[in-house]
Design a protein around this ligand. Structure first.
Ligand code: SF4
Length: 319
């Protein structure tokens, strides 16, 4: 298959999360998950927009003011300091340079890097609305499909697993596009992601299949654009236990002729215990992997669902 992700996928990261002392007060906001866990699996590219535009460290803190849709970044103590234009220009420049990135982790609450819920102050100096940091906003507008997340949200097991899953899907997609998209490549990509998509939504899986049912109705590039937009939107909401259970039962069906009745009953019971919340997802998954390693099935072997990301990340241990 062509669409295996590259060895080390590159993710952009707000530099302070990597332990760089670039914050306004000269400190950092190191995230252990990023530096101790993700760094072993991904190439991490650091960006500090405020340092990059020459604000220096330490520096006057800034905040967002005015309209939530197009806020200005001004000094907290020195409102005459307005860095809106340089921050936006830097974001625009970087957005044009990061086509190799497959994800971005931003620092929450920052007037430059925050993805959502960043305080926007009114003329009286009161936080009245919420918006998006100016750098993050430029990156996200230019790359609407790029998986992005804030480091604070990565403390949530569901959001963390969901983000990394999307990063790998996006990496496989970029590899497919970079190798020259073909009808057969697109169909294979869809086939491989069947159970992953079904763990989010059966309806969306059918909708995506429908999009590929007639590849002559429009240009392949247009169909591919439409396909990946819908796929990434579908995956952006974490999969629910009920949907995972449904997929696990489908997978069990591929083993029914290979397992004796005791092993089948054991697997069924394990899936049911997962459904009831007694076990995390990793338990039935490991059991299925074990059975499929003894009874390989060519269709299941190609399915992303059983290993959407490296096992060593242990992302399904708390789902
Ligand atoms: S939040 Fe963004 S701008 Fe602020 S210190 Fe971190 S990387 Fe720099």
């Amino acid at each position: 298959m062509n669409e295996s992700p590259p060895e080390k996928i590159t993710i952009g990261v707000s530099a302070c999360l990597l332990g760089r002392e670039v914050r306004f007060d000269g400190g950092h906001k190191r995230s252990r998950f990023i530096t101790d866990t993700l760094a072993g699996h991904f190439e991490l590219l650091a960006f500090c927009p405020e340092v990059a535009i020459g604000m220096g460290t330490p520096r006057q803190p800034i905040r967002l003011t005015g309209d939530a849709q197009s806020p200005e970044a001004v000094g907290v103590k020195t409102p005459e300091l307005n860095v809106t234009q340089p921050l936006r220009a830097y974001g625009e420049k970087i957005a044009g340079d990061i086509h190799g990135l497959c994800g971005f982790i931003f620092k929450k609450d920052s007037p430059s890097c925050g993805v959502a819920r960043v305080k926007v102050y009114n003329a009286a100096g009161m936080p009245e609305r919420v918006g998006t940091g100016l750098f993050a906003s430029e990156i996200m507008n230019a790359h609407p499909l790029l998986p992005v997340e804030e480091e604070g949200r990565l403390n949530d097991a569901d959001l963390r697993e969901n983000f990394i899953t999307r990063v790998y899907v996006y990496a496989r997609w970029k590899e497919l596009i970079d190798s020259g998209i073909s009808k057969s490549g697109l169909i294979k990509f869809h086939t491989r992601h069947k159970y992953l998509v079904m763990s989010h939504s059966n309806e969306r899986y059918r909708e995506l299949g429908q999009m590929l049912s007639d590849l002559t109705r429009a240009s392949l590039a247009d169909i591919a654009d439409c396909y990946i937009t819908t796929l990434m939107q579908t995956l952006s909401v974490p999969a629910m236990r009920k949907r995972h259970t449904n997929v696990l039962q489908h997978l069990l069906g591929y083993l029914k002729n290979n397992l004796d009745s005791a092993s089948r009953a054991d697997l069924n019971e394990t899936i049911d215990e997962y459904r009831r919340g007694d076990f995390p997802l990793v338990v039935p998954i490991r059991l299925l992997q074990h059975h499929f390693s003894r009874h390989p099935h060519p269709y299941i072997k190609e399915q992303v669902y059983l290993s959407p990301h490296p096992q060593a990340l242990q992302l399904r241990n708390n789902l």
